[in-house]
Design a protein around this ligand. Structure first.
Ligand code: TXA
Ligand code: MG
Length: 329
């Protein structure tokens, strides 16, 4: 179920109790299920399971890791994942369930995986209003990470046929709930400091938010004037250590991030070593990427040397992230 490279049968599930039960079961086993929300169809995976989340990127053929929105069935469930300040609480009470996503500091009890957060100390949370989405989330009983259910670079799908047009044979199931109502994605507001920021305009109008909180929303990233394009976040996770890619050899005071069985020269003597995937499995590697980078960074090494990683499949997104980490500063 976790190998997106191989084609699989995509089930079209009906919006009755049997369909819902099946969809929840697939999600809980680490599979991929597209489901309707009031904005667009989402491609869902168990947000707490990094390997399942890696499957989203593989199915969509996304060339980079962006933080994903995790969907929950209630404000109470969301409260265990993110830290709500006064503004965030008021926004949640006014607009949830609905087409609003809040980006918040990670709560100590957060179970959402590093990969779903793209390694950040913040989480994107949304409680959708669509009755089927709500029922699915309730039955699944876990946060569900879900970007729009289209292949990278294509338009967001608003019905099950759109989803199948893009992803048939690449995901386990689509829960057919007819057409989405809003058709544009959720509005994303970050409440990470005293000034809430509009990261993406969407289903809830800016004016409605500003009227509720009694202040103007700042635009985009910190200091940035332009609206924030997905993937262009100022807050990309970057390790403190220098990152050296395609390492052929490793110094004793360096930490090393390995991939596959061919270790660079001197890796045995390195300060710390972690292997993204001994078997050279890119899904497994993606699932480990952010937590391993953090662990190696925490070892205090000045440099993290990284084994070569193939540019195929998920390797493209993994290398994109590593190149950014290497270029930072
Ligand atoms: O309407 C929607 O929001 C749809 C439906 C399926 O719910 N979902 C959706 O998800 O559009 P997605 O994954 O494509 O949106 C991800 C965007 C990122 O590009 C980023 O802008 C923002 O959400 N985001 C999520 N978590 C974030 C975080 N921790 N920090 C900053 N931005 C975050
Ligand atoms: Mg999208």
């Amino acid at each position: 179920m976790n190998d997106p490279g191989s084609m699989r049968q995509t089930q079209r599930l009906t919006s009755d109790e049997a369909g819902l039960a099946r969809a929840a079961e697939i999600l809980r086993r680490g599979g991929l299920v597209a489901f309707p929300t009031e904005t667009v169809y989402g491609l869902g995976a168990d947000a707490t399971d990094a390997q399942a989340v890696a499957g989203i990127y593989a199915a969509k053929e996304r060339p980079s890791f962006n933080p994903l929105i995790s969907h929950l069935d209630s404000f109470d469930a969301a409260r265990t994942q993110g830290v709500f300040d006064e503004t965030a609480r008021r926004l949640a009470e006014a607009f949830w369930p609905g087409p609003l996503t809040l980006v918040l500091p990670v709560a100590p009890t957060c179970t959402i995986s590093d990969l779903a957060r793209a390694g950040l100390d913040s989480v994107g949370l949304r409680v959708p209003a669509h009755p089927l989405a709500h029922a699915l989330l309730q039955t699944t009983g876990r946060p569900v990470a879900a970007p729009s259910a289209n292949r990278s670079g294509r338009v967001s799908p608003t019905d099950a046929d759109h989803v199948l047009g893009d992803l048939d044979g690449r995901i386990d199931a689509v829960l057919d709930g007819g057409s989405s109502q809003v058709g544009v994605e959720s509005t994303i507001v970050a409440c990470l400091s005293d000034t809430p920021r509009l990261l993406r305009p969407g289903g809830v109008p800016r004016e409605a938010i500003e009227a509720l909180i009694g202040m103007k929303l700042e635009a985009g990233a910190e200091g940035g004037k332009s609206p924030l394009a997905p993937g262009m976040l100022a807050s990309h996770y970057a390790p403190r250590a220098r990152v050296r890619l395609n390492a052929a050899s490793v110094e004793a005071d360096e930490a090393v991030l390995l991939f596959g069985r061919d270790a660079p020269k001197g890796a045995d003597a390195a300060r710390t070593a972690l292997n993204l995937s001994k078997n050279g499995d890119l899904m497994e590697a993606a699932a480990h990427l952010f937590s391993y980078l953090r662990q190696l960074d925490a070892s205090g090494a000045g440099t993290i040397a990284v084994s070569p990683i193939p540019e195929t499949g998920l390797g493209e997104a993994i290398n994109d992230r590593l190149r950014r980490a290497a270029a930072e500063r």
